[in-house]
Design a protein around this ligand. Structure first.
Ligand code: GLC
Length: 546
């Protein structure tokens, strides 16, 4: 199999996250399949997606929706076969698209053979694969992440007569990275998937690999060192591949995962994400203006993965107390929508279904430095289902058509309920020029015509208006990732209004386009001229060229 490759392709790609089980059912069982993903590649290609991210589809008891892996080398039978996976990857590459998968390496499912062996035979070959101990109070500094269900990071195993350590559900024992055998296993399973032609993977929960007495157990030097080992391995064997880290850590610590460009290629932009919501909630640009200096000047070959929502709760673990309170008061009208410390809602309901706010959030995700990650269904403004437990509120089936099965399934009893809603399906929105889907489609096209949005220089313009974020983006020849990327002849000016009322565009905001901007996309007609003093509507945005 040949795959199209371009060095550093990921830096300016548009990503799309799919949960296989809720995307498209081809068997009538009410569960999505790998074949179902393949059937929808035309749609994803039309939308402008460069790379698909598949959340775990491995053999699993699904205690944590597949992030509890029971066999890294097997496909969950509900989703299809290994042959289906091979077909999918081939079909994706035939379209010039790419595929990354999710790997949970911090822990396995209790059902994994390694754990079963480890609990039975402490002195056998798997005896030290997990973190065992006799003292359930060891590592008191390590926080509990799944605060809704777990009261300790240790659980007692009757079979072995010892406690085992787990960061997440008790059914997800942590692997012991002090065991060289575990390192070997991990590298070998990475080879297994990469040899199938994958383009990279997401490193789930990667900050938590090691535990040490007296430490919080996150981003330990040993963990960062293991990531370097992983990177060296991938570089040696699969030089075009890339890894993105899920490192939900404080901003400075998050950057550690880039190293000097010798750790991961990308890191999810956890520092930026909550600030986008804060800016909308407070009508102030300052939450974004203040964080940006911490996010610029990355080592070469590295990039942020920008996102608004994903399959988890809108995480609030790393924001300050007052910021968390602000987020709760703005976005958590009902406690049933809470999951752990965060909020399990989709974007459209979070934005009160206000179209201008939704578009503004999208414009920020696609317009600030980084590569955008869309979560399935968000391009339609899909609703959520707060009555569902854990984080399933935001994991309901994709809506392809109106009507009972939403074009997702022919089953009357899908595994997860279909939320529905008038106008909230691909078939209703695809040919409606005023739909959110059409907007996202145009936004992706605009973003691709302007690579400076992802990788170019970022300069914030001082304006007296606190609700206005004004930014100039410029691409220099040396920024080009793909040699055929156009070099804009002039900078792009991006304006974002966080106030509910219109703002007169101040003259200094347009300096980068010599006082007159031509609309690429935004709250004015495309190609219209914009002058200083023109009104940028409430929660409006515009990207302008000279
Ligand atoms: C990551 C995943 C989340 C999962 C957890 C444990 O945070 O995004 O869904 O529950 O890891 O694997």
């Amino acid at each position: 199999m040949t795959k199209p490759t371009t060095h550093r392709w990921y830096e300016n790609s548009v990503f799309y996250q799919i949960l296989v089980g809720v995307f498209n059912d081809t068997t009538g069982e009410g569960i999505g399949t790998l074949k179902g993903v393949e059937e929808k590649l035309d749609y994803l290609q039309w939308l402008g997606i460069d790379c698909i991210w598949l959340s775990p589809f491995y053999a699993s008891p699904l205690r944590d929706d597949g992030y509890d892996i029971a066999d890294y080398r097997a496909i969950h039978p509900d989703y299809g076969t290994m042959e289906d996976f091979d077909d999918l990857i081939e079909a994706i590459h035939a379209r010039g698209m790419k595929l990354i998968t999710d790997l949970a390496l911090n822990h396995t499912s209790m059902d994994h053979r390694w754990f079963q062996e480890s609990r039975k035979d402490p002195h056998g070959p798997y005896g030290d694969y997990y973190v065992w101990g006799d003292d359930p109070n060891r590592y008191p500094e390590i926080r509990i992440i799944f605060t809704d269900t777990e009261s300790s990071n240790w659980s007692f195993d009757e079979v072995r007569g010892q406690y085992y350590f787990h960061r997440f559900y008790k059914e997800q024992p942590d692997l012991n990275y002090d065991s060289p055998a575990v390192h070997k296993e991990v590298l070998s399973l990475i080879d297994f998937w990469m040899d199938k032609g994958l383009d990279g993977f997401r490193l789930d929960a990667i900050p938590y690999l090691y535990e040490r007495d007296g430490a919080g157990g996150e981003s330990l030097p040993e963990t960062l060192e293991f990531i370097e080992k992983l990177r060296a391995h991938v570089d040696e064997h699969y030089p075009d591949a890339f890894m993105i880290a899920e490192a939900n850590q404080p901003p400075a610590e998050t950057r550690e995962y880039f190293g000097n460009g010798d750790r991961v290629h990308m890191v999810f932009n956890f520092p930026l994400m909550p600030r986008l919501y804060q800016a909308v909630a407070t009508s102030q640009a300052s939450p974004i203006i203040e964080i940006m200096p911490d996010l610029l000047h990355l080592p070469p070959g590295t990039q942020w993965g920008n996102f608004l929502r994903n399959h988890d709760e809108l995480t609030l673990e790393m924001v300050s107390g007052p910021e968390r309170e602000l987020m709760y008061s703005s976005y958590l009208p009902d406690d049933s929508m809470r999951a752990h410390l965060g909020i399990a809602r989709r974007l459209a309901p979070l934005m009160d279904h206000d179209r201008a706010k939704i578009e503004l959030m999208y414009a920020l995700m696609f317009g600030l430095p980084g590569a955008p990650f869309l979560y399935y269904g968000e391009e339609l403004g899909m609703h959520d289902e707060p009555s569902l437990p854990d984080r399933y509120a935001v994991r309901t089936p994709m809506q392809w058509e109106p009507g009972p099965g939403a074009g997702f399934t022919t089953s009357d009893t899908p595994k997860l309920p279909i939320v529905g809603g008038e106008g909230l399906s691909v078939s209703e929105q695809r040919h409606d020029p005023d739909s959110l889907l059409s907007f996202v489609h145009s936004l992706i096209a605009a973003r691709k015509a302007h690579p400076e949005l992802g990788i170019g220089n970022y300069e914030s313009i001082d304006v007296a208006e606190p609700s206005l974020l004004a930014v100039t983006r410029t691409l220099k020849a040396e920024d080009r990732v793909i040699p055929s990327d156009p070099i804009s002849s002039a900078p792009l000016v991006c304006l974002y209004n966080f106030a509910p009322h219109p703002i007169a565009i101040p003259p200094q905001a347009l300096a980068g386009v010599n006082g007159v901007g031509r609309v690429v996309i935004g709250s004015f007609d495309t190609a219209a001229e914009v002058h200083s003093g023109d009104a940028l509507p409430g929660f409006g945005f515009v990207w302008l060229t000279a």
